[in-house]
Design a protein around this ligand. Structure first.
Ligand code: SAM
Ligand code: FES
Length: 351
């Protein structure tokens, strides 16, 4: 297996059979994690970048079957943050050392294109040394362009699964796999640092779907990749489905590091939810980003994508202190910088 891991690290494009062995084969995972860690250290040393996550709205017009804030969950308590509340989160975050803000939320039509553009402009006016990442779902290319022109630097839009049939089983018919993928290409064309990503162990997922994820990422060449285990939410149709496994999630994080050596890969909150040391283990398997929560504590519990989500009761200051300890215990340290992608964004666009 060591040979195959080394070949992948050297840029070899694995066959189906090879991917299958890497993903589900029985072998000593410490070899894989060690190689992923070696590669992350080559590009990023022991730095771990922090992103201040601001969960702007729990309203969503979509009905993804796995998601706790899907529109047909009538038990979900809904909230949305005002411009002033979001700016207050940024102010607190700046004082705590954050230099990237991630504005994430359900697809909430309250946040019109102009509203978001104005918000981005104001954040960049107040904090010109900070990066703004948006994660507001699928939009049309001109909307993404307006936000980029307003100063947004990065966009996160997990593709969720690159298995088209699988995508259809996780989403209602009105959501289209092709449109989501199209969005990712539009974002890249505009010049954003782009993040895709997928859940591990989502219902009906096969190894072939995970292979499709790897192949899709080889083609898209995203700057960021979010990988977390699926965790059921009690008010969704997937309430009785099994959660994704720790080992499989760590395997996919490590393989993604080998596939995309310079990627920014968060060790996700979902990973920390399924195991008390999940985020530390994610870092040791090749992840190099953490996303502590900057949302006001009063709304945290309402952004419940899945059950038992951690860090919903702590003030931002406590979160960052806890994170610093965790990161140090894993052998890394938090870098209080924007934490941009270290590759070249190519010809004309990236900033
Ligand atoms: N609406 C935006 C979008 O569609 O990209 C951003 C918000 S969405 C809630 C953020 C991510 O949460 C999704 O891309 C999905 O992968 C993840 N997520 C949702 N439900 C989940 C669950 N039950 N378990 C694990 N992750 C989940
Ligand atoms: Fe829209 Fe989950 S269904 S954010």
């Amino acid at each position: 297996m060591k040979d195959l891991i080394d070949k992948l690290a050297a840029g070899h494009d694995p066959t189906d059979e090879e991917w299958k062995r890497l993903i589900e084969g029985e072998y000593d995972r410490t070899l894989l994690y060690a190689e992923a860690d070696r590669i992350r250290r080559r590009h990023y040393g022991t730095d771990v970048y922090i992103r201040g996550l601001i969960e702007v709205s729990s309203y969503c017009r979509n009905d993804c079957l796995y998601c706790g804030i899907r529109r047909s969950n009538f038990h979900a308590e809904r909230y949305r943050l005002s411009k002033e509340q979001i700016l207050e989160c940024c102010r607190i975050g700046y004082g705590l050392g954050f230099r990237t803000y991630v504005l994430q939320g359900g697809e909430d039509s309250f946040y019109t294109t102009e509203y978001v553009a104005e918000l981005v402009r104001e954040i960049k006016r107040r904090y010109p040394d900070c990066a703004v990442t948006l994660s507001l779902g699928e939009r049309e290319k001109p909307d993404y362009q307006r936000w980029y022109d307003a100063g947004a630097d990065r966009y996160l839009l997990r593709h969720e699964t690159a298995g088209k049939t699988h995508y259809g089983r996780l989403h209602p018919a009105e959501l289209s796999y092709d449109h989501r993928i199209q969005c990712l290409y539009h974002l890249k064309e505009i010049g954003y640092q782009v993040g895709c990503g997928f859940m591990v162990g989502s219902p009906y997922q096969t190894t072939e779907d995970l292979i499709a994820d790897m192949r899709f990422m080889r083609e898209l060449q995203p700057h960021m990749v979010g990988i977390g285990p699926f965790i059921p939410h009690h008010d969704t149709p997937f309430r009785d489905k099994a959660q994704g496994s720790l080992e499989r999630t760590l395997t996919m994080v490590a393989l993604t590091r080998l596939l995309l050596p310079q990627a920014l890969i968060p060790s996700t909150t979902a990973l920390g939810t399924i195991h008390p040391q999940g985020r530390e283990l994610g870092l040791k398997a090749g992840a190099n980003v953490v996303m502590p929560n900057l949302s006001p504590v009063s709304v945290r519990k309402q952004y419940a994508l899945y059950d038992n989500k951690i860090c919903t009761g702590d003030e931002a200051a406590e979160c960052i202190e806890c994170m610093k300890r965790r990161v140090a215990s894993a052998g890394y340290q938090i870098a209080e910088t924007r934490g941009d992608w270290k590759g070249s964004l190519g010809e004309k666009k990236g900033r």
